[in-house]
Design a protein around this ligand. Structure first.
Ligand SMILES: Nc1ncnc2c1ncn2[C@@H]1O[C@H](COP(=O)(O)OP(=O)(O)OP(=O)(O)O)[C@@H](O)[C@H]1O
Length: 772
């Protein structure tokens, strides 16, 4: 077959892409196969007339397309769809071993009429799932007729095999095959009892092609970007191997639409943990940068809640687009940004106290004023989320302000709180002058709002007085003309930003298309309190607000346990509405989470150390892929001592600098520090009654039920965040009685930690059995 239009010796370049299913094939194979395929794609791209690559025809796919086979190296073969006279090629499937040719030849290839994607089904493989187990039970999907399944996007050629499936065991086996993603998503959701209408809305519609699909037009199908972030970058392609992070290349269509969409104003992506919100935010940044006019400035801001997450984002952005991309982006935590604004203004605000010192100051003020009925946590939150959020500068303003979502207090109590606030500010204004990050954000918001007002005024002047002409030299010359700080702002972990942060960000970019893009999840709110974006001038309407539902991180088993933690509670959608985790699911399956109960703390710590060592020795898991969550800094110290001194397990604390340490050491940190991160194995410790939630909230149970409910929800979210960091395995431990957040029978069904610590070493099965 000759697809080389050029004369011999002339290189003929071509567009070659690796389809998601072929990528799935590579992930299941030896790294050497991936290397060979990557090399083949690269050479094919450079010159398809290269004789050494030899595409051999298999059959016609349609009038305008051929299916060909090629052998990148003696170990493996690939199936390639060739269209446009050879200008466009898609690697559809990869097989290795002696039967590779036969296996590729029997694949069914079709265009999905819903998504327009080219999909591959191995009928023999799918059929084999059911043959041996065929029984008399009713088929699992009997209540959906063929047309209903096709309309939802299930690939037609799978229907015969699907009709034979009568048990969950067979269904699970079918899912182990490399099925088209849309089919897999739809079937999983139906099996989980999601209604046809909801499956259509939550899954099918997100895959639907933007145009009518002609299932015979192969050339069109091959050109259609269905589920990928396009790249022709050889360096990125070169990473296509076992260690390759799929997200860099392949986006789910819903993620893709958000990342590359054009929005009239601001846009928002929500979704449960692990649904790829951060991935979307990163691709969004790249998309925005690619559309910038050439220059050397950094007109795109990527910001997040804290410094270690900002470092993590910088690293991931570098992976996505290298230093070239980073050069146009300012990546900073919101507080670092606010501090820079305040410093630039040369306002005398004093030295910022860290969070612990700021909290201690509340303790001091309580004793000084002798108003001991209000604890430091409450006062700190009241100050940030009511006083600063609503800019209450006087008692009169505070007396009248709406405190929705905050624990109720009487007017007399408000007055006392106001006195405490005054005393707190007086302490900060003393000598030496000090401040807090909350106050810095408030000040930065004020400065930026003033700055933006001047920019708007100048713009009006430009239009009104000068008809928009003759200003370039004045702006450049006098230096008095200001420009907005950024063209686009992208925010991750949006649920934890305060009203002051939003006011500042709103004022850093002019209102207009694609001004602010934010990603967040109220289920994971552990710092802030609810902020209604609409009230901060950030309007998000209709299609500019989307929710992702497919979890890429966590197995279904872990997710099931984590979801149970937050069942029944209600959460906001970062705006005026409510959010839920409807349709939230994972396609990964694995071990059930393990539950271990200990009679006392030391036994618990020793059991955790034993389990960690066991995973290292039996499964070869690197220490750095494991993390232990603890309730507070003191517990982190205790755990670190036991792990290191008694068990010689290296540990590193998840400090402000996060996980950046190169050391092969187990990560230990409070649950707060787990935010936004992920680990292969997570040990969620101290989940006992009295610890999660902390027993100190009991004081509010009867005296202040609102506060009690809020503290409990916050504690729940915290455990939820920590649990959903686990990729492959979640181990939950406690001493004493199990927390109310755990299943009611946890104490009865959990493994006994004491059994682990006998002299004969750990009992068999502790590294893989399902418990509770
Ligand atoms: N399209 C994709 N293909 C493959 N992997 C993906 C994709 N999208 C996300 N992932 C992977 O899923 C995991 C979670 O992604 P990410 O951190 O973006 O989720 P998130 O929604 O921000 O999570 P959280 O809210 O828990 O912080 C990461 O390991 C990421 O690489």
């Amino acid at each position: 077959m000759n697809y080389g239009a050029g004369r011999p010796g002339n290189r003929v370049r071509t567009r070659v892409r690796v389809e998601p299913q072929a990528h799935g094939d590579l992930e299941r194979r030896d790294g050497a196969v991936a290397d060979a395929v990557v090399d083949f794609v690269r050479r094919l791209r450079a010159d398809r007339t290269n004789r050494a690559l030899r595409l051999s025809p298999l059959r016609m796919a349609g009038d305008d397309a051929d299916l060909c086979l090629a052998q990148p190296d003696p170990r493996c073969m690939v199936l390639v769809l060739v269209t446009d006279g050879g200008d466009e090629m898609r690697v559809l499937a990869v097989r290795d071993g002696t039967r590779a040719r036969d296996e590729l030849a029997r694949l069914t290839v079709e265009i999905n009429p819903v998504s327009g994607a080219v999909e591959v089904v191995d009928q023999t493989e799918a059929g084999a799932t059911v043959v041996s187990l065929r029984g008399r039970a009713a088929p699992l999907f009997a209540s959906y007729d063929d047309q209903a399944l096709l309309d939802l996007g299930v690939v037609r050629s799978l229907l015969p095999a699907l009709r034979e499936i009568t048990s969950d065991e067979q269904f699970k086996k079918l899912l182990t095959h490399n099925l088209p993603e849309l089919t897999r998503d739809v079937l999983l959701a139906l099996r989980e009892g999601v209604s046809v209408e909801d499956v259509r809305r939550q899954i099918t519609d997100t895959w639907r092609a933007d145009e009518e699909v002609d299932p015979r037009d192969w050339a069109r199908a091959a050109r259609r970007a269905v589920s990928r972030a396009e790249t022709d970058d050889d360096a990125v392609l070169g990473a296509l191997g076992r260690s390759f992070d799929a997200w860099r290349l392949f986006l789910h269509p819903e993620q893709q639409r958000l990342a590359t969409g054009d929005f009239k104003g601001s846009a928002k992506v929500t979704g449960g943990p692990g649904t790829g919100k951060t991935v979307v935010a990163l691709h969004r940044v790249r998309h925005l940068v690619e559309r910038l006019p050439p220059g050397h400035s950094r007109p795109v801001l990527l910001t997040t809640y804290n410094t270690n997450l900002a470092l993590e984002l910088t690293e991931r952005l570098r992976q996505l687009g290298g230093d070239e991309l980073l050069r146009r982006v300012d990546v900073r935590s919101v507080d670092a940004l606010a501090l820079a604004v305040v410093e630039e203004s040369r306002s005398e605000v004093g030295r910022p106290l860290d969070d612990d010192a700021a909290m201690n100051l509340w303790h001091t003020v309580r004793y000084e004023t002798d108003l001991l009925d209000y604890d430091a946590d409450f006062l700190d939150a009241e100050f940030k989320h009511v006083v600063l959020a609503n800019r209450c500068g006087t008692w009169d303003a505070y007396r009248r302000v709406g405190r929705s979502g905050r624990p109720r207090i009487s007017t007399a109590q408000r007055h006392e709180v106001w006195q405490l606030v005054q005393a707190y500010r007086a302490q900060l204004d003393g000598t030496p002058r000090r401040t807090t990050y909350a106050l810095i954000a408030d000040r930065a918001a004020e400065l930026e709002q003033r700055r933006m007002a001047r920019i708007e005024e100048q713009a009006r002047y430009k239009e009104d007085e000068q008809g928009g002409r003759d200003l370039v030299h004045r702006e450049a010359g006098s230096g008095m003309w200001l420009t907005p700080r950024y063209r686009h702002i992208v925010v991750d972990e949006a649920q934890d930003l305060s009203a002051s942060h939003w006011r500042m960000l709103r004022a850093m970019v002019r209102r207009g298309p694609n001004d602010i893009f934010l990603a967040g999840d109220a289920h994971q709110r552990i710092y802030g309190s609810r902020v209604v974006l609409g009230h901060q001038g950030i309007e998000i309407r209709g299609r500019a607000s989307r929710r992702l539902t497919l979890n890429y991180r966590t197995t279904r088993q872990i997710l099931g346990s984590a979801n149970r933690l937050i069942e029944g509670a209600t959460f906001d959608d970062l705006d005026t509405g409510t959010d839920s985790l409807d349709g939230y699911r994972s396609v990964l399956t694995g071990l059930a989470p393990q539950f271990w109960r200990a009679p006392d703390r030391l036994t618990e710590m020793r059991a955790v150390a034993t389990l960690i060592k066991e995973r290292r020795e039996l499964h070869g898991t690197a220490y750095s892929a494991m993390a232990v969550s603890v309730p507070d800094g003191a517990a982190a110290q205790e755990f670190a001592n036991v792990l290191l001194r008694e068990f010689a397990v290296p540990v590193v604390e998840l400090g402000r600098r996060g996980v950046s340490s190169e050391e092969d050491a187990v990560r230990i940190g409070t649950m707060h520090r787990f935010k936004g991160l992920e680990f292969q194995r997570v040990f969620l410790t101290s989940v006992g009654e009295g610890q999660a939630p902390h027993q100190c909230i009991e004081q509010y149970r009867h005296t202040n039920p609102d506060r009690y409910r809020q503290e409990e929800q916050r504690a729940r979210s915290l455990v939820f965040v920590a649990a959903t960091r686990a990729r492959d395995e979640l181990v939950v431990t406690w001493s004493g009685r199990a927390s109310r957040f755990l299943p009611p029978d946890a104490d009865r069904t959990a493994h006994r930690a004491a059994d682990l610590l006998g002299h004969d070493g750990p009992p068999s099965g502790s590294s893989g059995s399902a418990a509770a």
